[in-house]
Design a protein around this ligand. Structure first.
Ligand code: PEP
Length: 257
């Protein structure tokens, strides 16, 4: 077996749903009930959902003892203090979060989060024992100007990733988020392979950007794509389950089981 295949096998697949600012107590309950019924053990694949802050308690209580983990969509870089409207990493941990998304392009673009702030959030998450999911990705303009690698390298290099600490990277081309226009598997693979060279061998790299049940299998078949960060399709149970099933198939093909 080749060294590349052995390293790939050591990276468990991960599929994470980013609910963004959607949900209600009733809608969350229905979605979680359907996910728990449909996902079963999701062999060989880790899964998580990231609801809005007010629903963390509801979601983490419902998911207790299940194979589905809970995460958050944002975190403060500060530990505590006079930071109105912010939520610390320790609070997220207390409410059952395992993961937190940092540097999502909507945070970078709509809320002006700089690389330095994203790096501070990443570090705060790790200090509290959470696994940060660091998002990087280029705009369409940057891609067309041939700057994709420069942009994602800058965003990644801003963050000191300790090879021994838990971390996940998500490549999310901005032009593919919520647009229905996903990167082709080859486009995504090329960027993942570039990022992989900068990471410890076991660090997982998710692809995000208009992943659907219909295109997930082709994306997850790529050697450096270890799963997905899913926005819109994570709000419909059958769509999310279909994506997790595609990850399960890809995982078994990687291990040859
Ligand atoms: C996202 O917001 O992280 C995302 C990937 O969204 P979508 O799947 O809807 O493109």
């Amino acid at each position: 077996m080749t060294a590349v295949k052995l390293r790939a096998m050591s990276r468990n697949r991960l599929v994470v749903g980013n609910w963004k600012m959607h949900g209600s107590r009733a809608a969350n309950k229905a979605l979680l009930d359907a996910l728990l019924a449909g996902l079963g053990g999701a062999d060989g694949v880790e899964c998580a959902v990231c609801p809005p802050f007010p629903y963390l308690q509801q979601v983490s209580e419902r998911l207790k003892g299940s194979a589905l983990a809970c995460g958050a969509q944002n975190v403060s870089e500060h530990e505590q203090g006079a930071f109105t409207g912010e939520v610390s990493a320790a609070m997220l941990a207390e409410f059952g979060c395992r993961y937190v998304i940092v540097g999502h392009s909507e945070r970078r673009q709509l809320y002006g989060e700089s690389d330095a702030r994203v790096a501070a959030k990443f570090a705060a998450a790790q200090r509290a024992g959470l696994t940060p999911i660091l998002c990087v990705g280029e705009t369409l303009e940057e891609r067309e100007a041939g700057k994709t690698e420069d942009v994602v390298a800058r965003q990644l290099d801003a963050v000191a990733i300790d090879p021994n600490a838990r971390a996940v990277l998500a490549y999310e081309p901005v032009w593919a988020i919520g647009t229905g226009r996903n990167a082709t598997p080859q486009q995504a693979q090329a960027v993942h392979a570039f990022l992989r060279k900068k990471l410890a061998p076991g660090t997982r790299i998710l692809y995000g950007g208009s992943v659907k049940a219909q295109n997930a299998a082709a994306l997850f078949a790529m050697p450096d794509i270890d799963g997905g960060l899913i926005g819109g399709a994570s709000l419909a149970a059958q769509d999310f389950i279909g994506i997790v099933k595609a990850a399960t198939t890809a995982a078994s093909e990687r291990t040859g089981t």
